[in-house]
Design a protein around this ligand. Structure first.
Ligand code: SAH
Length: 256
């Protein structure tokens, strides 16, 4: 998969992409991310990318021409045509389903807004506007990184173990089950507030070596967590027979 990001702060995006799973995927060539400096698509001597808003008011607006030039250059002659995304708090809410859908495109272009936003005429040239949530950020760089990171996780070979992506929260409409590592018994520092001694021991079933029981326990935990924290997700969750039975028992109050 190939993703182009257009921004006035390329270093901010490039730096963040070097770490972790995404950084390794880029090194291996499983994922290619090219970050373009919007100023490179200006034609004036001072590389101006913003201007005052028509109609007055505070703040500046990203000029349309550099963005149009960037899109023409990046998408020109590329088949199939890349999907062009504009980051915007007014866009479609970004979810795990949107990430999965976008990961099926061979190429994406992500445009990062700044200031008061981009000249509204740019909207006519993009395929989709994407919001990462109902809050306003100072620029589209963090949203672009959120999109790249979560879309990349669905690209085969990016996350080493595809099973882990399938089990991640939201993948099937369920939250993930809880994870533990060593030690099995955690000595609490008495300076820290403990919220229940039971929380200090790893659940016995995980130490039992009984894989069938572990699998069942994890399903039950995922369902009971979803029921407690995000019951709204269950309406469209993709459950198997065993999970449906667990949910039925949990809602009937038979299991704790
Ligand atoms: N005045 C605009 C917000 C501009 S914020 C409005 O109220 O709609 C500047 C830029 O940051 C936006 O153009 C967009 O690219 C980005 N941005 C801010 N919040 C965002 C969010 N929640 N999701 C995606 N992009 C966002």
């Amino acid at each position: 998969m190939h993703i182009d990001v257009v921004t006035i702060f390329p270093a901010m995006v490039e730096h963040a992409l070097r770490a972790g799973v995404v950084g390794r995927a880029i090194e291996r060539g499983t994922l290619a991310v090219k970050v373009h400096d919007l100023r490179a698509f200006t034609t004036d001597r001072h590389h101006v990318v913003d201007d005052v808003p028509y109609g007055g008011g505070p703040g500046m607006v990203l000029k349309p021409e550099p963005i149009l030039r960037a899109l023409a250059e990046i998408t020109g002659g590329v088949e199939p045509r890349p999907r062009v995304l504009l980051t915007s708090p007014q866009g479609t809410q970004f979810t795990q389903n949107v990430a999965t859908r976008l990961s099926r495109d061979a190429r994406l272009v992500i445009v990062c807004g700044r200031y008061e936003g981009v000249d509204d005429r740019v909207r006519g040239l993009v395929d989709e506007e994407i919001s990462i949530g109902d809050y306003v950020l100072s620029g589209g760089e963090l949203p672009a990184l959120v999109i790249v990171d979560s879309v990349a996780r669905h690209v085969p070979g990016v996350v080493g173990d595809e099973q882990s992506v399938a089990e991640d929260s939201f993948s099937r409409g369920l939250l993930d089950f809880p994870h533990y590592t060593r030690p099995a018994e955690l000595m609490m520092d008495e300076r820290l507030p403990a919220n229940g001694a039971a929380a200090l021991r790893v659940p016995d079933v995980l130490l039992s070596g009984n894989h069938a029981e572990i699998r069942h326990w994890r399903k039950r935990e995922a369902i009971s967590r979803t029921l407690q924290r995000r019951p709204d997700l269950l309406a469209s969750a993709d459950l198997d027979d065993e999970e449906r039975e667990i949910l039925r028992q949990l809602t009937a109050g038979k299991l704790e």
